[in-house]
Design a protein around this ligand. Structure first.
Ligand SMILES: Cc1cc2nc3c(=O)[nH]c(=O)nc-3n(C[C@H](O)[C@H](O)[C@H](O)COP(=O)(O)OP(=O)(O)OC[C@H]3O[C@@H](n4cnc5c(N)ncnc54)[C@H](O)[C@@H]3O)c2cc1C
Length: 399
C-alpha cells in the first residue's frame, strides 16, 4: 500500500509552505516571548493578522473568517506542515480553536462581529471558564451562579485551571442559570469582560517554573454582565460545551503524531552521536529498545490517525479520536520519562543541568517530562478516555 496525496493536494501544501517562507517574520523579530495562552506580543498579533488576511489562519473556513474553504484533506496537510515546521499559530489556542468556532456556531451576528472576528484577527484574546474546583471531568456539576436581574446577569463563583486568564480580555464562561433542574439543563454561557469589577484572577505556579504562570483561579463576586452577552439560548449551555470541545478535538492527533515523530527523529540523531563524555545513548540497550518501541507505537498511532481521518472526511463516525488522545499523550509521557532517565540518572533535578538533546527544540527533557502530564489531563483525562473507549467504542456497560 502506498500512502500519498494527489498532485492537487501537494500543490496546496507547496502554496502554503511558499507563503510561509515569504511572510513569516524572521526569528530576530519574534524575540518578545509569549507569556501565556492568552498573551499576544505585537509580532504575534501582526503575524496572526497576516495569516487571517491571506486565508491561512483557519483554512477550512470561508475567507471572511480567515480561511479559504479548504477541503478536509487540504486542512490535514496544512496541520502537518504547521506541526512539522513548528510554524507559530494560534497564540490564544482556546480563543482560536474552541471559543471562536462556538461563537460562530451559536452566537448572534453582533457577537460574531464584536468577539469572533477580533479574536481571529489577533486583536483580543479569550480564556475558557469551564473547570471549577468540584467540576472538571464532571463539568455539568459546575456551580458558578448567574442570576438574571432585569437586563443583566449577576455572577458569583469560582473557576480554576483557567489558562491565560491573567492576560485575556474576555472569558467564555459556563455558568449555572437554573439550579432547580437536572444539572445538564441549567447551564448557560456568558461572554464576560475580564476588566469588569468583581473579578479577581490568581495565577497558579507552574511545576516546570514557579515564576511562570498560565493557569489561574478566577473569582467572581457580584460581577455584572449585560444580558446581551448570553451565547445561545438560556439554559442550553450544555450543547455549546459539547460543540466547543468537539472543535478542539478536530485535528489534534496530527500535531501530536508529528511532534512525536520529530522527537523520535531527534533522539535517533542524538543517540548515535557521542556526548560530551564520549558516551553514546545508542549503546544503552534499555534506551535503544525503548526508542524502537516508541517508534513503532508512534507509527501505529499515525496510521490509526489517518484511518480515523479517512472516515471523518467521508462524513462517517470516527471514534478513533479518543484512542489517539489517550495513546498520543501517554506515549509522549513515557518517551519523555525514558529519555530523561537515560540522559542522566539525576535528570529530575531541574537546577542541575539543561538536558537538551541536539536539534532545534531547546526544551530540556526533564521539563518535557513534567509538561507531558498536561496532555494526559487537558481535554479529558486518560481515565475518562478509557471510560469513553469502554462504553462508546466497545459497548461495555456504563459504570
Ligand atoms: C494544560 C491544561 C490546560 C487547561 N486549561 C483549561 C482552561 O483553559 N479552562 C478550563 O476550564 N479548564 C482547563 N483545564 C482543566 C481541565 O479541563 C481539567 O483539569 C480536566 O477536565 C480534569 O478535571 P479536574 O482537574 O477537575 O480533575 P477531576 O475531574 O477532579 O479528576 C481527578 C482524577 O479523577 C479521575 N476521574 C474523574 N472522574 C472519573 C471517572 N468518571 N472515571 C474514572 N476516573 C475519573 C480523573 O481522571 C483524574 O485522574 C486545563 C487543564 C490542563 C492540564
Amino acid at each position: 500500500m502506498r500512502l500519498s496525496y494527489d498532485e492537487a493536494t501537494e500543490a496546496f501544501r507547496a502554496e502554503f509552505v511558499d507563503w510561509v517562507e515569504h511572510n513569516l517574520p524572521p526569528a530576530e523579530e519574534r524575540t518578545e516571548p509569549v507569556l501565556s495562552s492568552a498573551h499576544l506580543p505585537d509580532w504575534a498579533r501582526a503575524w496572526q493578522r497576516r495569516m487571517f488576511d491571506a486565508g491561512w489562519l483557519v483554512p477550512g473556513w470561508p475567507p471572511e473568517y480567515g480561511g479559504r474553504n479548504a477541503t478536509p484533506v487540504q486542512q490535514l496537510v496544512y496541520f502537518e506542515e504547521i506541526a512539522r515546521r513548528q510554524i507559530p499559530r494560534g497564540f490564544n489556542p482556546q480563543g482560536l480553536s474552541i471559543i471562536t468556532p462556538s461563537i460562530l456556531d451559536f452566537g448572534t451576528d453582533e457577537q460574531k462581529q464584536r468577539y469572533a472576528l477580533p479574536t481571529l484577527r489577533g486583536e483580543i484574546s479569550f480564556c475558557l471558564g469551564m473547570s471549577e474546583p468540584d467540576a472538571g471531568s464532571d463539568l455539568a456539576g459546575l456551580r458558578t451562579r448567574a442570576e438574571l436581574q432585569g437586563d443583566q446577569f449577576v455572577v458569583n463563583g469560582q473557576k480554576v485551571w483557567t489558562s491565560g486568564a491573567h492576560h485575556a480580555d474576555y472569558c467564555f464562561c459556563f455558568v449555572r442559570t437554573n439550579p432547580d433542574v437536572p444539572k445538564h439543563q441549567g447551564i448557560s454561557v456568558l461572554i464576560i469582560d475580564m476588566s469588569t469589577p468583581g473579578i479577581s484572577v490568581r495565577p497558579l505556579a507552574m511545576l516546570t517554573d514557579p515564576n511562570e504562570a498560565d493557569f489561574n483561579e478566577v473569582f467572581f463576586t457580584d460581577v455584572v454582565v449585560p444580558a446581551e452577552n448570553l451565547v445561545g439560548e438560556l439554559n442550553h449551555g450544555w450543547s455549546i460545551a459539547g460543540g466547543s470541545l468537539a472543535h478542539e478535538r478536530g485535528m489534534l492527533w496530527i500535531s501530536s503524531a508529528t511532534a512525536l515523530e520529530r522527537d523520535i527523529d531527534q533522539l535517533i540523531q542524538t543517540a548515535i552521536r557521542p556526548g560530551a563524555d564520549g558516551r553514546r545513548l545508542a549503546d544503552d540497550p534499555v534506551f535503544s529498545s525503548g526508542l524502537a518501541r516508541a517508534y513503532m507505537e508512534a507509527q501505529a498511532m499515525k496510521f490509526m490517525g489517518y484511518r480515523g481521518f479517512a472516515k471523518f472526511a467521508r462524513g462517517m463516525e470516527s471514534p478513533e479520536h479518543s484512542i489517539l488522545k489517550l495513546y498520543g499523550s501517554e506515549l509522549g509521557r513515557r518517551l519523555a520519562l525514558e529519555t530523561t532517565e537515560a540522559l542522566w540518572p539525576l535528570s529530575l533535578d531541574l537546577d542541575a543541568a539543561p538536558l537538551t538533546v541536539h536539534g532545534d527544540d531547546p526544551t530540556p527533557w526533564p521539563t518535557k517530562y513534567l509538561i507531558s502530564f498536561a496532555n494526559t489531563i487537558a481535554g479529558g483525562t486518560s481515565e475518562i478516555q478509557h471510560n469513553i473507549i469502554a462504553e462508546r467504542i466497545l459497548g461495555l456497560p456504563r459504570r
